[in-house]
Ligand binder design. Structure first.
Ligand code: DGY
Length: 434
């Protein structure tokens, strides 16, 4: 146990940059990513409080004047990643950061609950609460941004306009949306496949779709109203909304500890209730016994089960009865003895691919959330299995970005795929083992 923790610390230390942030993985991801930073800060809080605070501070420094927080902050000029800032051109938005180059899309809003986790982890509570006092309003402004700009039907459910906003970049869930689009063939040089085998990454044609959605946003200077009107990709994502709800709850509790701020607490509470009610009403699919994505552009549910379907457990969204159904669905489809928990996509679905990024492999951040959600609902044994599977995979192959969920991979002996020495795999294993 100590040995894994020490190795995880070496990974995080090696990925920490002079600018005060941690890259997800050398070569493949050379900048700061929003939800990565959050998970990384949890690991850092266990052994280097200064770095943990820095991680969050550098991310929040890149916030725009409208409360938006971008998915990538390009702290350095590095042409080893595509698409870089010169493709994204988020400076077209009038309220974008003048100080930092970034993308014009976001990622799951984890920062609120991460701040609360950091407080729970450290010994010096007073010092951390002071830090939180200085940062919390930025996270609050980010939530206001979401509710005021990303919820056109005023339901308490926010949309994402790009698959990269979901965090689950090439999930088979998006195939339904790609079917509704016919983007041009772009000419560009892939950089990711120079670092990682192409069989573990999205296809060229998928990238055409990704770039096309960015082009539409750019043509409209990243204006939210225009994007809501025109983007072919407009989805209410259960993972994204569960993160917002979890973070909302954390902000309510943290403001409660800080004192004052009654207006902010009232605003968060009002949205919290509405969000949870809509989530249960709109994103639950009775036939599948799981939460699913909703395609807001084409006004229909996307009927596939992914690890995002189980994330509501982490945010206390389902009732006890519904949680029972959800866990049953998970164990039936994802939980066979021949598999590690938890595949990122339904192994019984034709679109499942155990090697390819978000189309099947196990991800440590999803397992970390699932572990906590299962424990909260009293599924101690399954929770332990999720934890032990995560540790076993990492012990076996190292701190990879994702892992094959099959116990028997035949001739292929390796189970770790994607980026090596991947920061959040290291950070969250530290948290699971502490
Ligand atoms: C990538 O480049 O694959 C990143 O995940 C985008 O955020």
């Amino acid at each position: 146990k100590e040995n894994i923790i020490n190795r995880a610390i070496s990974v995080l230390d090696a990925n920490f940059q002079e600018g005060g942030f941690t890259i997800p993985s050398k070569g493949l991801y050379p900048f700061q990513w929003k939800w990565d930073s959050g998970f990384i800060a949890v690991g850092l809080a266990h052994y280097n409080t200064d770095h943990a605070k820095k991680e969050i501070e550098t991310l929040l420094n890149a916030q725009w004047d409208n409360g938006f927080i971008p998915h990538i902050v390009f702290h350095t000029d590095d042409d080893s990643y595509f698409p870089g800032h010169d493709f994204h051109r988020s400076d077209l938005h009038p309220l974008s950061s003048k100080q930092y180059k970034s993308t014009g899309m976001t990622q799951p809003p984890v920062t609120g609950f991460i701040l609360q986790d950091m407080l729970n982890i450290v010994d010096d509570k007073e010092d951390m609460l002071n830090f939180i006092k200085g940062q919390i309003d930025k996270v609050y402004d980010n939530h206001v941004y979401f509710y005021e700009n990303r919820d056109p039907q005023n339901e308490g459910l926010v949309y994402i306009y790009h698959n990269w906003e979901s965090g689950t970049d090439n999930s088979p869930v998006w195939d339904d949306i790609w079917d509704t689009m016919n983007p041009p063939e772009y000419t560009f040089e892939r950089k990711d496949t120079t670092h990682v085998d192409a069989s573990e990454r999205p296809s060229k044609r998928e990238y055409d779709h990704y770039l096309y959605i960015i082009d539409i946003a750019k043509q409209n200077n990243y204006d939210d109203t225009k994007i809501a009107e025109l983007s072919p990709f407009l989805v209410q994502d259960p993972l994204f909304n569960a993160m917002l709800i979890k973070s909302n709850q954390a902000l309510i509790e943290l403001y409660g500890m800080i004192g004052g701020n009654d207006d902010k607490i009232a605003y968060l509470r009002k949205n919290q209730e509405k969000s949870i009610a809509s989530f249960n009403k709109k994103l639950w699919n009775t036939e599948l016994g799981a939460y699913v994505h909703y395609d807001l552009r084409n006004e229909k549910p996307i009927r596939h089960i992914s690890s995002s379907s189980f994330s509501p457990l982490f945010a206390a969204i389902p009732s006890k009865e519904r949680a029972e159904v959800l866990v049953h669905t998970m164990m039936e489809r994802f939980g066979g003895d021949d598999k590690y928990l938890c595949a990122s996509f339904d192994p019984t679905d034709d679109r499942f691919d155990p090697r390819k990024y978000w189309r099947g492999p196990v991800w440590i951040n999803m397992n970390w959330m699932l572990y906590r959600g299962l424990k909260d609902y009293g599924y101690q044994e399954i929770a332990e299995r999720v934890k032990n599977d995560s540790i076993e995979l990492i012990e076996r192959d190292g701190f990879f970005e994702y892992f094959d969920c099959r116990k028997d991979t035949g001739k292929e002996t390796r189970k770790g795929y994607g980026g090596d020495n991947f920061s959040w795999s290291a950070a969250l294993i530290i948290d699971l083992l502490k």
